[in-house]
Design a protein around this ligand. Structure first.
Ligand code: ADP
Ligand code: MG
Length: 340
């Protein structure tokens, strides 16, 4: 290309824009599972099924019994920046749905073979939309939505090369469902791999779900936490220092129902355990933090795994003190109260 030509500014084609966006949102099959389960939850589903082939690389089918998508809106659901979840900046400030960016389906469709099958309560039958051809056809299913994602990264071999073995990708997919399952006890989840049921969590309550997901051993080796400080409410279970492990795989923090990895909260937890935990041991914990949505910005990262707090100091202090109170040797504080 001649230098003069190289400098021409061009608008990128839609498809390419989506593929670039997909780079941020869709890293591996588990990212697709996360986004699609988010959508199923936002649709008010009570049962969510995840069917995987080859660790999700060949196929990911997510079926729900939620509100469905109107046939006339199916093509819109696949469009970039098209969403039913927010209408204005004000809505963004108080958003309570998992999604709101209207990006996931467009991004996933740009790096896979995607089809939507959906039926609303009012519809006489389901409709199927094939993303690539844009073809709409009648289909059979009960109320709800099935999203079929096949051959992830088939058109971007460079990306596909970064994928690990099927069993590793499967483990990541299951972990993605587990993160949702912990915080949505009233929703039933099931995961199949190549036709075989590999994980199932039946609808229940919070304490039963924690037990179902993290096991009896975690319950035996942890204490309940419940604290309220000003506008911040924290509940969950924190692992006893004696039961800390070398792996950090039982560390779950949620802010307003959203799984997050937050450095501030991680730091608060580390300092709460500082005096009672030795060496490189990792404590286990599940924390559900509830805070006025206006005080936390979830629109920091496309995957929304990072958040930004308006009063980060208060959050840090609340988490640290709530956890310290539970971990305090009995006598110092009544176990389980953790009131700050
Ligand atoms: P977002 O979730 O940010 O709105 P998505 O690209 O994930 O963006 O989805 C686009 C739209 O498609 C959603 O706003 C929603 O209206 C619709 N949608 C997607 N998945 C489902 C589902 N499982 N059930 C009902 N509607 C869905
Ligand atoms: Mg979404």
């Amino acid at each position: 290309i001649a230098p003069s030509e190289r400098r021409t500014i061009r608008e990128l084609p839609d498809e390419l824009v989506s593929q670039i966006a997909a780079g941020e949102v869709v890293e591996r099959p588990a990212s697709v599972v996360r986004e699609l389960v988010d959508n199923a939850l936002d649709a008010g589903s009570t049962q969510i099924g995840v069917r995987l082939v080859a660790g999700g690389v060949r196929a990911i089918l997510i079926e729900d019994d939620g509100g469905g998508i109107e046939a006339s809106e199916l093509p819109l659901a696949l469009k970039r920046h098209a969403t039913s979840k927010i209408r204005s900046l004000d809505d963004l400030e108080s958003v309570t749905t998992m999604g709101f960016r209207g990006e996931a389906l467009a991004a996933i469709a740009s790096v896979s073979e995607l089809a939507l099958v959906s039926r609303t309560p009012a519809a006489g039958h389901a409709q199927r939309l094939d993303a690539r051809s844009g073809e709409l056809s009648p289909a059979a299913r009960a109320q709800g939505t099935t999203v079929e994602v096949r051959e992830l990264f088939f058109s971007t071999p460079a990306r596909r090369k970064f994928l690990k073995s099927d069993s590793t990708e499967l483990a990541h997919c299951i972990e993605a469902v587990r993160r949702h399952a912990l915080v949505r006890p009233m929703v039933g989840f099931a995961v199949w791999h190549e036709g075989k049921l590999v994980e199932q969590w039946r609808a229940s309550d919070e304490s039963q779900r924690i037990k179902d997901v993290l096991g009896e051993e975690f319950i035996d080796n942890s204490r309940p936490l419940e604290a309220e400080i000003g506008p911040i409410a924290i509940r969950g279970r924190v692992g006893l220092p004696a039961a800390a492990r070398t792996r950090s795989d039982h560390q779950y923090v949620y802010v307003n129902g959203r799984y997050v990895r937050d450095r501030l909260i991680a730091h608060a937890l580390r300092s709460a355990y500082e005096d009672v935990l030795h060496g490189q041991k990792q404590p286990a914990y599940v924390l559900f933090i509830e805070i006025d949505p206006a005080r936390v910005d979830v629109n920091v990262h496309p995957t929304k795994i990072e958040v930004r707090f308006r009063d980060s100091g208060a959050i840090h202090q609340a988490v640290k003190r709530a956890v310290e109170d539970v971990l305090a040797p009995s006598g110092a504080t009544a176990p389980g109260t953790g009131v700050v």
